[in-house]
Design a protein around this ligand. Sequence first.
Ligand code: SF4
Ligand code: F3S
Ligand code: FES
Length: 248
Amino acid sequence: MGYEAKLRVWRGDDGAGELRDYTVEAEEGEVVLDLIHRLQATQAPDLAVRWNCKAGKCGSCSAEVNGRPRLLCMTRLSVFRREEVITVTPMRTFPVVRDLVTDVSYNYVKARQIPSFTPPPELEPGAYRMQQVDVQRSQEFRKCIECFLCQNVCHVIRDHEENKTAFAGPRFLMRIAELEMHPLDAADRRDEAQTEHGLGYCNITKCCTEVCPENIHITDNALIPMKERVADRRYDPVVWLGNKLFRR
Ligand code: SF4
Ligand code: F3S
Ligand code: FES
């Protein structure tokens, strides 16, 4: 049975904005993106929202619903009480373009700064061999749909704009971990993770893992193992001595 849903949506641009209240027809089984689309169709044709697949796979419809980072297309209305006001705001960590659309170019800048997969020079393409267990490990990370909800929620940049230059964020620290764990990647990414991409800023709050719509164990399977590898490298006395003797 249909009902009247109460929607509060942030309207504005990078200069100024406000929360506006709307009442929108809702149907059983719908998601928040359905309400946003109906709002566009009936009352607010100029409302800007980014979306594409409506199936939780393109990572475009990221926003905040009642303060929690979520995909609009995967947030069922049934998680809210019918009389509850559903507040939809743009991701807070990135600059607003208009209404619910943010400028996520920070993430593409960070992606470009990570050196790509580097196989050993003597290995011809087609001669790569690796164990299934190693394939499975990186497959978890490859489920990422680049929604940037983890980047949005991480307090290191959410509350500190000034950290954006030094911190790549969980999605890209996970990419570095994926390459570091890859048995055929010949590059040593440990120092760079710490010095260039800000791994040390992460204090394992795990908020990134909590909001990931793909349920990737970002903290436990990527960030903590990466921190352990960096610690081994930096504090292992044998490695330290080796560095002293051979890396002058
Ligand atoms: Fe989104 Fe998860 Fe990928 Fe982060 S790791 S960008 S939350 S899918
Ligand atoms: Fe941020 Fe995730 Fe670390 S939320 S602090 S990157 S565990
Ligand atoms: Fe593609 Fe929501 S529209 S993930």
